[in-house]
Design a protein around this ligand. Structure first.
Ligand code: SF4
Length: 288
């Protein structure tokens, strides 16, 4: 698939008609702050929103509505003849659409896939609307807070993974005869979300996607930092006393699984990330 890279000044037919043609047959991924924002908009708890409208423990919005002419199912939040029922709480993926966002060397880059701009084929009325730059479009979509949340959760993903690394590299596990930990990390990267969810277990899924945080939930950075502290504390409480090689192996695997599940909710390529982490661990002495 060809990827076209854009910058904030690129001019494109980006004005959204809100006709909702982009609300069918998509995979909309969620981070925990986005799940919270949705639940507030819907006036229910994050747990209720997750259980009613999400897949895989909350990392993906459910698309189980009435299908369109192409047979693609509508988003669970789409109301026929009206459009998005939670427009103010919609996540970054919906605010950016049809653009994607990549982070390279700490810099965000906007992209779209394919050779034809999707709005022109799916939403022809866009042709009659004024064109906007990427920067103007994102401002109109109020994407800023949602981009901040996404960036904070990328940091949290790496912070969680770092503990999985420590348990492998600094505990004596990598220096032992252990050859299986990296092999399981590789499996985790390829594992479909329904299996990874089972491996992680309910308690970790809840802590990851519906944390018990009540302070300043409007601010994505404060919320994410508080969530980071909660997760790291729980990891310390659960695995700080791991001693045997088997305990260390199991802890490292579970923690990398949690980090990869969060990565998938951020729209990242879990296979690519796990391969990168394996190479990093090998360069520090781990064996496979
Ligand atoms: S959340 Fe709203 S904008 Fe996003 S796909 Fe669902 S209905 Fe469409």
């Amino acid at each position: 698939m060809q990827i076209t890279k854009l910058n904030s000044k690129s001019i494109l037919p980006l004005t959204c008609t809100r006709s909702g043609t982009c609300c069918f047959g998509k995979a909309v991924m969620l981070n925990p702050w986005e799940l919270l924002r949705f639940s507030k908009e819907k006036k229910i708890t994050p747990r209720e929103f997750r259980d009613l409208y999400c897949e895989f423990g909350g990392i993906q919005l459910r698309f189980d509505g009435k299908p369109d002419k192409k047979g693609q199912k509508a988003c669970s939040q789409y109301v026929d003849g009206f459009g998005c029922s939670v427009h103010e709480g919609r996540p970054l993926a919906c605010r950016l659409y049809p653009l994607g966002r990549q982070i390279q060397f700490d810099k965000a880059q906007y992209i779209f896939e394919g050779t034809k701009f999707p709005c022109l084929t799916d939403c022809v009325e866009v042709l009659d609307l004024p064109k906007l730059s990427v920067g103007e479009y994102l401002k109109g979509q109020e994407a800023d807070a949602f981009e901040k949340a996404q960036d904070e959760y990328l940091i949290i993903m790496q912070n969680i993974a770092d503990i999985g690394f420590e348990l492998l590299l600094d505990s004596g596990l990598a220096a032992s005869v252990d050859m299986k930990t990296l092999a399981v990390w590789r499996e985790l990267g390829k594992e479909p979300p329904e299996l990874l969810v089972k491996r992680i277990g309910k308690a970790w899924l809840d802590c990851l996607m519906i944390p018990d945080i009540t302070i300043d939930t409007e601010n994505p950075i404060t919320f994410a930092q508080k969530h980071n502290d909660l997760l790291l504390l729980k990891l310390q409480e659960n695995f700080g006393s791991s001693q045997t090689l088997q305990e260390l192996h199991e802890a490292s695997v579970l923690i990398i699984g949690v980090a990869l599940h969060l990565a998938r909710g951020l729209g990242a390529d879990t296979k690519g990330i796990s391969e990168h982490w394996i190479e990093t661990a090998k360069s520090h002495g781990a064996k496979e």
